[in-house]
Design a protein around this ligand. Structure first.
Ligand SMILES: [Zn+2]
Length: 319
């Protein structure tokens, strides 16, 4: 055969082809209680940086979860809903949760050489208090606990401390999977409703996200790494502040994600999918979770059998 007929230039030695797969890393950032419509109407440069290489989609809080922090963050951590993790509010830590390792623990079990991080200003996410630890791995929390005084200044300080702590570790360590959480926007809505103070709180959370993104970009081996960043809220808020009920304002959450290795077309996502996406990033099987990796869900869930009054029964939760 005359090789001149071949339009492609093939390397003589296959070993010269760069087939090295970039090492995967994933960061999940939880921002509590940010309404989807408030997010869309607020300038958020860091969020835009994430969504520019992926998506920002509304997420209907699953009917098996109340529109309360504990149940939804437990779904993010474990990939199952309240009928299995049994976190139905923010106070009680159910025994069932102890049998459900969070995604960083599942990852380390499969790949013991990998390092992970949890950092959160809401103590139950990372410590054994109230319904916690929601993340079985536990993690870093700022002191003092901002929920003790529960005013704006305490939460601003606590969220800033989380951002500083997480950014430093993201830049200087090799963290394969991380969860970082900011809570001040939710508290602002509870205390003062969803007005200008709420918008300002969302913007400060966005700036903290920017700090984390900058830390990743500053990594010395960034070019050899494949980073996925996922940003997620757990529930919305009523105009006057408050959630736990069934209104669209409360039940509409959102997920944004960005990264070179994400599927090109993602039209629907669920809170349980984050667990599946993290583990799929590292090739770990998640057959027992209720979620699917991003791109595996082609339209919004519409199953009337799942429409239970659980949320209304559990509406007493504060966060
Ligand atoms: Zn919440």
């Amino acid at each position: 055969m005359d090789t001149n007929d071949c339009p492609y230039e093939l390397p003589a030695d296959p070993s010269t082809v760069n087939v090295v797969k970039k090492s995967p890393h994933i960061l999940i950032v939880g921002i509590d209680g940010v309404r989807y419509d408030s997010l869309l109407s607020t300038p958020t440069r860091a969020m835009d940086r994430v969504a520019a290489t992926g998506f920002l989609l509304p997420v209907r809080v699953h009917q098996r979860n109340a529109t309360i922090s504990g149940p939804v963050w437990a779904t993010v951590a474990t990939g199952v809903y309240a009928d299995r993790h049994m976190v139905t509010g923010n106070s009680h830590h159910p025994a069932e949760l102890d049998a459900l390792p969070d995604f960083t623990e599942v990852l380390r079990s499969a790949h013991p050489e990998l390092q992970t991080m949890i950092a959160a200003s809401w103590y139950p996410l990372a410590t054994p208090t109230h319904c916690g630890p929601i993340f079985s791995s536990r993690g870093w929390v700022p002191t003092p606990d901002p929920e003790e005084t529960n005013d704006a200044a305490s939460w601003v300080c606590a969220d800033d401390a989380v951002a500083d702590y997480a950014a430093n570790r993201l830049e200087n360590e090799d963290l394969a999977a991380s969860f970082v959480y900011f809570g001040e926007a939710d508290v602002e809505a509870h205390n003062h409703g969803t007005g200008s103070g709420y918008v300002a709180a969302i913007q400060r959370c966005d700036a903290r996200l920017g700090t984390l993104l900058d830390a990743i970009q500053a990594r010395p081996d960034r070019a050899e790494e494949d980073w996925t960043v996922v940003v997620v809220t757990d529930h919305g808020h009523l105009d006057a502040g408050g959630h736990g009920g069934e209104s669209d304002a409360e039940r509409t959450a959102w997920i944004a994600a960005g990264g070179a290795s994400l599927p090109r077309r993602v039209s629907a996502v669920d809170h349980a999918d984050i667990f599946a996406q993290v583990l799929a990033t590292f090739g770990v099987n998640t057959a027992d979770s209720e979620g699917v990796p991003f791109g595996g869900r082609q339209k919004a869930r519409q199953d009337p059998r799942l429409d239970t009054p659980l949320g209304r029964r559990q509406a007493a939760g504060r966060r």
